[in-house]
Design a protein around this ligand. Structure first.
Ligand SMILES: [Zn+2]
Ligand SMILES: [Zn+2]
Length: 181
């Protein structure tokens, strides 16, 4: 799993280099340990002092030496293009002045969307992404249990599960048998 994520990450970095977006900072990527509802996040450390600016109350930095991207495990069940889209979104956060979803973030997201055919948005569209990837969309649930239809491959997530779940339930799409993965 980690290997695949690393490969896709490298593909994204290479594609960005082709359109002139390069990174001086150190960036790493891993699967998030916690079961997050969000697609991913980008943590940063070691601010570059020369890029500091302040308003009345706070001091801000435009860039950092180190970025740590974390991708939620369930994202890896989605289509490859959606996984890469998620990685790209987090990579935009590694560009100077882009650690929020403000003007600069939008500017780079637009460039990448136009030149490389991505669809980087502020939040993503979970329902659409799940449907495209043959995963049953269910927003309230977390992703503790993962179940797959042995017939059509549809993936379901459940937070809690009753004892006889596999005997009682069938795939809602094709009525196929379910199993845990
Ligand atoms: Zn973001
Ligand atoms: Zn099915």
């Amino acid at each position: 799993m980690e290997v695949k994520l690393e490969d896709l990450f490298n593909e994204c970095i290479e594609e960005l280099a082709k359109i002139g977006i390069n990174f001086d900072s150190q960036i790493d990527i891993k699967i998030s340990k916690r079961n997050n509802k969000r697609y991913g996040c980008c943590k940063y450390e070691q601010p570059i002092l020369e890029t500091a600016y302040r308003n009345k109350r706070n001091i801000y930095y435009k860039s950092y030496n180190k970025y740590h991207i974390e991708i939620s495990r369930w994202v890896l069940d989605l289509n490859k293009e959606i996984i890469k889209n998620t990685i790209m979104h987090e990579l935009v956060h590694c560009i100077p002045s882009c650690n929020n979803h403000g003007k600069e973030f939008k500017k780079y997201a637009n460039i990448i969307n136009n030149k490389l055919g991505y669809n980087i948005t502020r939040l993503g569209n979970k329902r659409e992404d799940f449907e495209k990837s043959n995963i049953k969309y269910d927003d309230d649930k977390s992703y503790k249990y993962k179940i797959i239809c042995t017939n059509c491959g549809m993936i379901y997530y459940r937070n809690r599960i009753s004892k006889n779940f596999l005997r009682i339930y069938r795939c809602s799409k094709c009525k196929g048998k379910l199993k845990f993965i």
